[in-house]
Every structure is written in structure tokens, then in C-alpha cells.
Write a protein that binds this ligand. Sequence first.
Ligand code: G3P
Length: 217
Amino acid sequence: MKLYLDTGSAKEIREAASYGLLDGVTTNPSLVSKEGRDFTDLLKEICTIVDGPISAEVVSLEAEAMVKEGRELAKIHKNIVVKVPLIPEGLKATRQLSSEGIRVNVTLCFSPTQALLAAKAGAWCVSPFIGRLDDISSDGMELIRQILTIYENYAFSTLVLVASVRHPQHVVEAALAGGHICTMPFGIFQQLVKHPLTDIGLKKFLSDWEAKNQPKG
Ligand code: G3P
């Protein structure tokens, strides 16, 4: 499963990338707005840090304007994936941008029918928001399983990007379900490596080592 960071913070991306296993980045208008930076400059910087797909979202609501925005975003760097919302105009824009060879991430997906339409429109990936479904007492991970089954049934090449991840268990379940990509906030990315028994075990190894290897004198 590919691991992406869901952030607009270049600092966080740099830190996560230093682990050597960051596959890509997703941004959205909320995350980018928090940074208070020029969007194009931010995307250019992110593209220098990570050599993988970088999702950048359009903010227009009509297909023609989305396509125009998407073309401009795609010009910034070959790794830019244009993110469009899962509304009828977004599907029209997806069809057009995909036909021009521009990769599209269809976002704000909350149902299997929406995901089916995104795939039929030619999306490179679809982003189901599992945390926001869990928030309203729906089963976000069940949506992931349904989409994966539907895509497999019809051999769609559209990737399932598990988004709106709230804790490491979401990452575990995404991987068990066979999600292709999982994007997460930096805090969750950091949590993936942590285990108290690792820390306790390492402390003991080092104290045992030091006890027997003290310099004499
Ligand atoms: O970037 C899309 C998605 O991951 C947003 O997550 O936590 O705002 O529901 P969240």
C-alpha cells in the first residue's frame, strides 16, 4: 500500500520524506489555506521534496472552469494529480482531463455509486473519506471494501485512495482491505512506527550492553 501525507505543510512533508518511504502527498483547499502561502509556490516546493503523485484540488464548480484550472495545475509539474469533487460537473471535468492524459483524483467520495461513476469517468484514483463517514455512524471501511470489490469485478484501473484517516487502525484496516493508497495527517504517519515494547526492548538491550561494556578503571 502506498503511503501519502495529507497536508499542506512543506515542513511536515520534508520530515516524513526523510524516512525514505513517502510515496506521495494529498492537499485540499482547507489544508492549503492553513499555510497562508501562494498555492503554486507551495506545490512547486512539494514537488521538489517528494517524487510521487501530488494531489492539488480545483476550486471551480463548473466543468469548463475545472478543466481550465486542472490544466494549469498539471502544467506546474509532471507529478501533479488534479483533484476534482465528486459532483456531476466534476465527473465531466474528469472525463475531459483524463482524455488529455492528466491524472485525476476524484475526491469527496462517500458512496459506492459515486465511486463507480468516478471510475467510469476515467479517474486515476478515487478518494473515499472514511473518517467523515465514521463521524456520522456509518462504516467508512465498509465503503472501501465495496469499492474494491466493484473495481475488481469490472477490472477498473482506478486506484482507491483511502482518505480522511483519523488513527493508525484506519491504516491497518485499509491495508487489510487491499486499499491501493492511504493518505494521512503527519501525526498518524509518525504513530505508525511507534510501539512501547520496541522502546522498552531497546532500552534494555542498551542498558545490558553498557553494563558489560563499561570502560575499566
Ligand atoms: O484530504 C482529504 C481528506 O483526507 C480530509 O480528511 O480529516 O478533513 O476528514 P478530514
